[in-house]
Design a binder for this molecule. Structure first.
Ligand SMILES: [Zn+2]
Length: 504
């Protein structure tokens, strides 16, 4: 159920099942390098297209024949011929122009539709261009690309192959075919295509980067590192390149280098974005105070219309136990003893939030007394060897079951760097805990598990945003100095839901 990968922006399919009224948010499925491809903007010049048409001899011969048959009779043959030839030339030229224009017209129309993400429309236009000119390699390539975006990678490969047959020097078509092969898990075939693309254009940073990605899939981390480094050298603003190199370094055990690259990637990605607002991280239902969480919390905390008279209880589980809850995802039902730092960090997060919002918290020593229970568990989706994050879940109960919240979090492979204030706790683990507590207090992000309620929330995988914007983003910078994770926006959102601390 997790980590199903789409290759545009990788969307991890989280534990998406709505569980009879309760919602499941699963945090932080592994970030897969999102392979946002640079669009190929090469448009054949009109002259180029004309040249191509002129070699289409069959049509031309027939055309000249047709022109000659229309020649008026009764004029001196020589003049006639001369006029005929001139006229034919002009007519042929004009006619080729017209043909070329209409092929190019459809090609350009296709490009426009591609740019506006109307992929089906683009395919239809490229098909028209190909019909007019079956030797239009560019139209084949771009149609292939459109098919690939629509996840028809087999169809895409067939189009790229035609483009390459028409123009064996089309490096873009090789690179894109490689990409589609990689989607179909043919990484060896992909590498061979990327290598050809690089041979044709040694400045094709994208081909280097994508080859790096395929090499990581084949566990060739050294080769991948070298490719990513080349991609970054060609384009120092290639965030995907940094993110790819992060993975290669992580899997080869170079945590320090990995973390540095990941931070660089987020820095690049975040240059292009607008500001998030409260509505991006709080559902309209919650803003209208119509969620189960709001109702139950308010009742349980004795909300008198102005403030809360009792604290919300939370429990931190700190022992090895099996099958802690049937509501949690199966893989996350065994729980473990936690470290002092993990415990203290969790306590401190609650104290911190207590100090900024009107709702108060108190720690209790059993699950039965608690509104919110927190467990350290196994990772969900353990099978994914190439996971890059920890995972966590905030689980509301099914309808009809007493409303209590369960939070489970699991270790991240990013064991370094650690927090300064909690020297054994990795930033990534701390972030998972903070993120899930954010959920437990009503913050959200887009997730299949909470639709339609969270349909207007922001996408936590949107790489333009990171944990400097909100604790609800999956993309956390890994700096040791960070120790609370709740941003100004998060605080504003929590205050919108639960009120501002009134000093009680
Ligand atoms: Zn989440």
């Amino acid at each position: 159920m997790r980590n199903s990968q789409d290759y545009g922006y990788v969307i991890a399919v989280l534990l998406g099942d709505k569980i009879q009224g309760g919602f499941t948010w699963v945090l932080r499925c592994s970030y897969s390098p999102s392979l946002k491809r640079n669009r190929i903007k090469s448009v054949f010049s009109t002259v180029g297209i004309l040249m191509k048409r002129i070699f289409d001899m069959k049509k031309r011969t027939a055309f000249i024949g047709a022109i000659l048959s229309l020649m008026p009779l009764g004029q001196p043959f020589l003049i006639k011929t001369s006029i005929a030839l001139v006229t034919a030339k002009i007519v042929i030229f004009n006619s080729d122009w017209a043909i070329a224009e209409s092929a190019e017209f459809y090609f350009k129309l296709g490009n426009q539709k591609l740019d506006s993400e109307d992929y089906k429309g683009a395919i239809s236009d490229y098909t028209k261009a190909i019909k007019i000119n079956p030797k239009d390699g560019d139209a084949y390539r771009e149609r292939g690309y459109s098919k690939s975006v629509l996840e028809d990678d087999k169809g895409a490969i067939s189009d790229y192959t035609k483009a390459i047959k028409i123009n064996p020097k089309d490096g873009d078509a090789y690179r894109e075919r490689g990409y589609s092969k990689s989607v179909l898990e043919d990484d060896k075939g992909a590498i061979s295509d990327y290598t050809k693309a690089i041979g044709i254009n040694p400045k094709d940073g994208d081909a280097y980067r994508e080859r790096g990605y395929s090499k990581v899939n084949l566990n060739d981390y050294e080769g991948a590192l070298s490719d990513y480094t080349k991609a970054i050298k060609i384009n120092p603003e290639d965030g995907e390149g940094y993110m790819g190199r992060f993975r290669a370094k992580l899997f080869s055990g170079d945590f320090k280098g990995a973390v540095s690259d990941r931070n660089k990637a987020f820095a690049v990605f975040s240059k292009d974005k607008s500001q998030l607002s409260v509505k991006d991280i709080v559902s309209s239902k919650m803003l209208a105070k119509r969620t189960d969480m709001w109702k139950v919390f308010s009742q349980s905390a004795g909300f008198n219309g102005k403030t809360y008279e009792k604290p919300i209880t939370y429990y931190i589980h700190d022992e090895n136990s099996k099958n802690i809850s049937k509501h949690l995802p199966k893989a996350m039902r065994n729980s473990y003893e936690i470290s002092d730092d993990e415990e203290q960090f969790t306590v401190d997060i609650f104290s911190y939030i207590d100090s900024i919002i009107d709702l108060d918290f108190v720690r209790v020593n059993s699950k039965s007394k608690a509104m919110i229970s927190i467990y350290k568990t196994d990772k969900d989706g353990k099978k994914d060897e190439k996971a890059e994050n920890g995972s966590g879940v905030m689980q509301e109960p099914p309808r009809g079951v007493k409303y209590k919240i369960e939070v489970a979090w699991a270790e991240s492979p990013l064991i370094d760097p650690k927090l300064k204030k909690y020297p054994t706790l990795s930033i990534d683990n701390a972030f998972t805990i903070a993120h899930e507590i954010g959920h437990a207090l009503g913050l959200n992000h887009k997730d299949p598990g909470c639709l339609p309620e969270c349909s207007k929330s922001f996408d936590p995988e949107d790489i333009r945003f990171n944990n400097r914007d909100s604790v609800m983003s999956y993309n956390n910078f890994l700096y040791p100095k960070v120790d609370t994770f709740f941003t100004e926006l998060d605080i504003k959102a929590l205050r919108t839901i639960w009120g501002i601390e009134k000093g009680n």
